[in-house]
Ligand binder design. Structure first.
Ligand code: ADP
Length: 468
């Protein structure tokens, strides 16, 4: 606890106060103007009276000092501990009381300003306070992340020169509430921004100011575009077989009603188109199911070698039909992987099926599995070991520019050829989402004229007892 000022000031103060009377009384006694006894009595009386008075004043001063300390620390007044003040320090008591009353009015705005700044910094929008001369007065954390540091004092036009934004700002500075403006921000990655300008309330006599609230809507717009494209693609994929089916139904009901040969041929085409629609719908449903579970990785301990052997078996008929030789190269001591057995079977099935479809007729498809020596560049490995499954064909290969888009829904290098071979354009999208759910990686290497290799990396199940 702090020592009160009274305790160490008392004796020096008392000495200073009584010393002059000592001198005067001593001199008078020395000159025999008063008797020595009177002088001594007067001195003792002076000391006692001065000590009593001094003690009282120093105690009052100590209390005021304590209260000022409390005010400085922001502590509430302790009414019980504060005795009523009178006497010589009454003016000080009144001054302290005045200060106590006035302080909240001065301190509160400062505290709420700091709190407001923290709140504005925590907002997910970029917030810019703009002066009447269209310069940035203040910027929050998101704004600094978006436009860079040192924004204060710079003209807004140095960062946002879109006429719609500048018009909106001018309107807000004039006191209006304009519509939000959508702008694109050029840079290494183009961003879409929605900018809303609002006037700031101004105190009497101060110049107008405005606030710009800027939301980064890049991902929202991308998702919206993807949704629109997806709906358009699904409609397009289903429209063709549906149109074929209705066309043939009309023909069979009309001109070909009694033509048995035509009927057989048309029914066969209709069955093919019906099967195609079924495949598209099945793939779409399977894709949405995989996406739904994508945030929960599988926990099964799966023997990838056994799953691969089963898939190769199932596809041997399709390979034979095309004259393709399937060449399995599966490491004998392959560790189990952390996986969902049905889903990785679907990955292997889609990749090997593609390799047969797009590989050279009479060619070879090599399917190998081993513990990976490396994972693809840029992949953040969360497991210490991965099993690498390679599906390698000797087909025409895929041009480099198509590689990053191959796993998009309905993306095909040659749409006609894919449809001709019964493809839905969804196989690789399914592969990508399953691999993502497994926290694995997918890599594609291809060279025109030499063939394509798909590489899948699945995390090794290091511990836990076998479940499959
Ligand atoms: P699809 O049903 O069309 O085969 P996928 O999603 O499985 O759909 O594949 C998308 C596209 O990627 C295919 O249309 C094809 O152009 C290309 N592709 C996939 N695998 C191979 C491969 N092994 N060789 C060459 N091109 C391939």
């Amino acid at each position: 606890m702090d020592r009160l000022p009274s305790s160490n000031r008392f004796w020096p103060s008392l000495a200073a106060l009584v010393a002059p009377s000592f001198g005067v009384l001593g001199a008078l006694a020395y000159l025999h103007a008063i008797p020595w006894v009177s002088a001594v009595l007067a001195i003792v009386a002076t000391i006692v009276a001065t000590a009593l008075l001094l003690k009282r004043h120093l105690a009052a001063l100590a209390r005021h000092a304590k209260r000022l300390d409390e005010l400085a620390k922001g502590e509430p007044p302790d009414a019980l501990a504060r005795p009523a003040d009178g006497g010589a320090s009454a003016p000080i008591a009144e001054a302290v009381a005045r200060l106590e009353r006035a302080l909240p009015e001065r301190v509160q705005p400062m505290a709420s300003e700091a709190a407001l700044e923290s709140i504005v910094d925590a907002l997910p929008y970029a917030i810019l306070q703009i002066d009447s001369d269209e310069r940035i007065a203040r910027a929050n954390a998101v704004a600094r992340a978006l436009f860079g540091e040192g924004l204060e004092g710079k003209p807004l036009v140095a960062y946002l020169r879109d006429p719609d934004v500048l018009d909106a700002l001018a309107e807000a500075l004039a006191g209006a509430y304009p519509e939000a403006a959508d702008v694109r921000l050029a840079g290494s990655v183009e961003r879409s921004l929605r900018v809303r300008a609002v006037p700031l309330p101004r105190g009497s006599g101060s110049k107008p100011a405005a606030l710009l609230a800027i939301a980064d809507v890049t991902t929202v717009q991308q998702a919206e575009r993807m949704r629109r494209d997806f709906v358009a693609n699904v409609s397009h994929e289903l429209r063709t077989p549906l149109a074929t089916l209705t066309g043939f139904i009309e023909t069979l009901q009309g001109p070909a009603r009694d033509d048995a040969v035509a009927r057989e041929r048309f029914l066969s085409i209709m069955a093919t188109q019906g099967a195609r629609m079924t495949r598209i719908v099945t793939d779409l449903l399977s894709l949405s199911k995989i996406e739904e579970a994508e945030h929960t990785p599988p926990s099964g301990r799966i023997d990838a070698a056994r799953v691969l052997a089963g898939t190769l078996d199932a596809l041997s008929i399709a390979a034979k039909a095309k004259g393709t030789t399937l060449v399995p190269e599966i490491a004998a001591d392959l560790p189990p992987v952390l996986a969902d057995g049905d889903q990785i079977a679907q990955v292997f099935q889609n990749l090997i099926d593609n390799a047969i479809k797009y590989g050279r007729p009479g060619g070879r498809v090599r399917v190998s599995a081993r513990v990976a020596e490396r994972t693809p560049p840029g992949f953040v490995a969360r497991s210490s070991r991965y099993v690498e499954v390679r599906v390698e064909d000797d087909g025409e290969g895929i041009a480099r520019e198509h590689l990053p888009r191959l796993t998009e829904r309905f993306y095909r290098v040659d749409a006609g050829r894919s449809r001709e071979m019964g493809g839905t354009g969804l196989g690789l999208a399914i592969v990508k989402h399953i691999v993502n759910r497994h926290r694995g990686a997918l890599d594609i290497e291809s060279e025109i004229g030499r063939g394509t290799t798909f590489l899948v990396y699945l995390p090794v199940a290091e511990t836990a007892p076998a479940t499959a």
